[in-house]
Design a protein. Structure first.
Length: 403
């Protein structure tokens, strides 16, 4: 089987490359970034560079179709938000290959945090009270209702650009700097105490094929996770199965939860892969993605993995405060690349990190934007999308603010 993994710069995409190749699949990788670490693994049968999905959508889709046809790819596995652009043309690609993703209308409903909150509420599943605001006045009024609040963009990621008056991110962003609009709404919820935990799953036609849950012992500046530990996944599986079934979902899917005194409560959904994939055993990952078994595989708790290069960089941040802990973690916790004897991606990871830091400095943009801004989807109209998808996108905006 020939598998093409897109957005190969992501650490979990490199994990897919290695694990699927080790299970006997013929793996190809592609990205719009020439420094993509996943494009330089020794486990690849080939790699490609295509145009930016966001800034040149037509060029991206045309080149992806050319790659698929020329190399007779059996399945495309999107790793990040390029999935949204591909999903608008899922019928077009189905003439040549299989896309392991759901149609755009399904992905958009999950990625839009307001629409996701409405879906969870309709299904009778736990989620905090959620209000979508589209103006400065609505933002001030809604945050004023809660003694403690947490707000972020309806389309946001990586724990950045969060507005709150509680916790480690309190006052990191001023309310005067936030300007919601109908085209770029924000979501406001009461701040709940509890540890954030995450899940990673694969699904086929409404059935979960593999599932795990993990905590994040270390984050980089209270945002992106860099260390991951598997925990018991039984309760979270029961909560996500109704969503996957309701949508007839196919693809990779990830959820964030809070562990509260009342149990798990939903925070948000990422209808794509996340770093939790790195915890999945290679045989079960291959089965979950490509050849689902009759029973859902659920990972047992206890495994740990980290992104050692990120842990080292984090240790030198903030006046070396975390360096002793970083040294201990580097000695004790398995690196995501441990045992693969595949050194070039590590070199390209360092080069890509230097490039993104430089771009962030030169262009005065956040580091997360520098890393993935060329393939994000933040609710904009996508060139070439169908009238039905465009209508759906407009409809999401017209829903009432209270979920």
């Amino acid at each position: 089987m020939k598998v093409l993994i897109t957005s190969s710069r992501m650490p979990f995409a490199l994990g897919m490359v290695r694990k699927l190749a080790a299970e006997g699949r013929e793996i190809y990788a592609a990205d719009d970034h020439v420094l993509s670490p996943g494009n330089h693994s020794k486990y690849l049968a080939g790699h490609f560079v295509y145009p930016s999905p966001r800034s040149d959508t037509a060029g991206f889709l045309a080149e992806l179709e050319r790659i698929v046809r020329e190399h007779e790819i059996d399945v495309i596995v999107p790793a990040y938000e390029e999935a949204f652009y591909i999903s608008t043309q899922i019928e077009r690609f189905s003439q040549a290959t299989k896309v392991f993703a759901s149609p755009f209308r399904t992905l958009a409903r999950l990625h839009d945090k307001g629409a996701f909150a409405r879906l969870v509420t309709q299904l009778g599943l736990p989620i905090p009270e959620t209000v979508v605001v589209t103006s400065d006045e609505e933002l001030r009024e809604t945050t004023g209702r809660f003694d403690r609040y947490f707000a972020r963009g309806v389309f946001s990621r990586g724990g950045v650009c969060c507005l709150t008056n509680t916790g480690p991110l309190a006052d990191a962003l001023e309310i005067d700097d936030v300007h919601p609009t109908p085209a770029s709404p924000w979501l406001v919820q009461p701040f709940l105490d509890g540890e954030t935990v995450c899940t990673y799953s694969t699904a086929h036609q409404g059935r979960v094929s593999s599932h795990l849950m993990y905590r994040i012992p270390r984050q980089r500046r209270h945002s992106t996770g860099i260390q991951f530990e598997a925990i018991d996944a039984a309760e979270s599986l029961k909560l996500i199965e109704p969503i996957v079934a309701e949508l007839g979902y196919t693809g990779q899917i990830s959820f964030d939860f809070l562990i509260t005194d009342d149990g798990l409560t939903f925070v948000e959904c990422n209808p794509r892969a996340t770093d939790g994939l790195l915890l999945m055993p290679r045989e079960e990952l291959a089965a979950g993605l490509l050849a689902p078994r009759p029973e859902t595989f659920v990972l047992e708790p206890g495994g740990q993995v980290q992104l050692s290069l990120a842990v080292l960089a984090d240790g030198f941040a903030d006046q070396l405060e975390r360096l002793p802990q970083s040294i201990d973690d580097l000695a004790q916790v398995r690196d995501a690349g441990s045992g693969w004897n595949d050194p070039l991606p590590t070199l390209y990871s360092a080069l890509a990190m230097c490039h993104s830091v430089g771009q962030s400095f030169r262009e005065h943009i956040g580091h997360i934007v520098a890393v993935v801004g060329d393939m994000n989807w933040d609710g904009e109209h996508i060139d070439g999308m169908s009238n039905a998808d465009a209508t759906l996108l407009t409809g999401l905006r017209l829903q009432p603010g209270q979920s």
